[in-house]
Design a protein around this ligand. Sequence first.
Ligand code: HEM
Length: 284
Amino acid sequence: MNQETPNHYFDAAAETGVHTDFSRAMSYGAYLQLDKILTAQHPLSDSHDELLFIVMHQATELWLKLMLHEVRAAQGLIRADQPQPAFKMLARVSRIQAQIIQSWDVLSTMTPADYLSFRDALGKSSGFQSYGYRRIEFALGNRSEALIAPHRHDPELAAELEEALNSPSLYDDAIRLLARRGFAIDPAVLNRDLRRSWTSDPSVLAAWREVYRDTERHWDLYELAEKLVDIEDWFQQWRFRHMKTVERIIGMRQGTGGSSGVAYLKRALDFAFFPELWALRTSL
Ligand code: HEM
């Protein structure tokens, strides 16, 4: 090899001290349990594209799991009146969202014909039954008891979703923090029925407006609000990319989960987790 070729200087085999005996020590694969993860892809058809479809879903589910881990930890910190360290977690959630939005580009290399080659094998299974997604929607505040129904066959999972439905959302925790900081939040808001989605409330709007009108005084609340807006913004972009990718692949067909498909996914775009944070922008 030519002396000037950079690769000349990279010779992995020449590296001394590389560990090679894992008969007693924990290896990379053992730590990550790759034997489970990398053997969990079982296409049901001979279609070349089905592996892409499975990996895309599984990778997204892993990222959703991490998102929930971060959101829950952030909620704990906000409840303990420590919003500052929660910001790091919420920022991480946004970066994960950027990652899963980007991954639609990989899936959209699949054409309608590719998808139809294995779609029948999916039966009635659909993202509607993604409990990872439902848990994150519930944690952020988009709640509906009816959406637990596809998980009732698994009592443990249904109980976990029930518990999530009865616990404050990230936004409930943010509003309670506003109340503890002395903002006049309507008591009905603080004692609301947690099982329902948040709608909107004038006392919450007034409180956030005050925060945005004097950002220096309320800097951490202002930062919290902007972190929430980031999450909502990215969430909508994920929903939009999902809807558009679905339209590109199945057009206006019904979904395997039984919904109207793209029409349903378009309606989901109208939901806002943190409506006052959007409304205040018009009335500042
Ligand atoms: C070919 C690719 C895909 C198609 C054609 C598709 C289609 C659909 C359709 C039509 C729905 C509405 C429910 C139904 O009737 O099934 C839906 C929901 C859903 N999909 Fe997909 N999807 C695709 C890929 C993905 C991927 C990669 C994910 C990532 C995990 C995903 C997650 C979800 C979730 C979470 C829902 C529920 C949304 C909600 O309740 O608002 N989908 N999908």
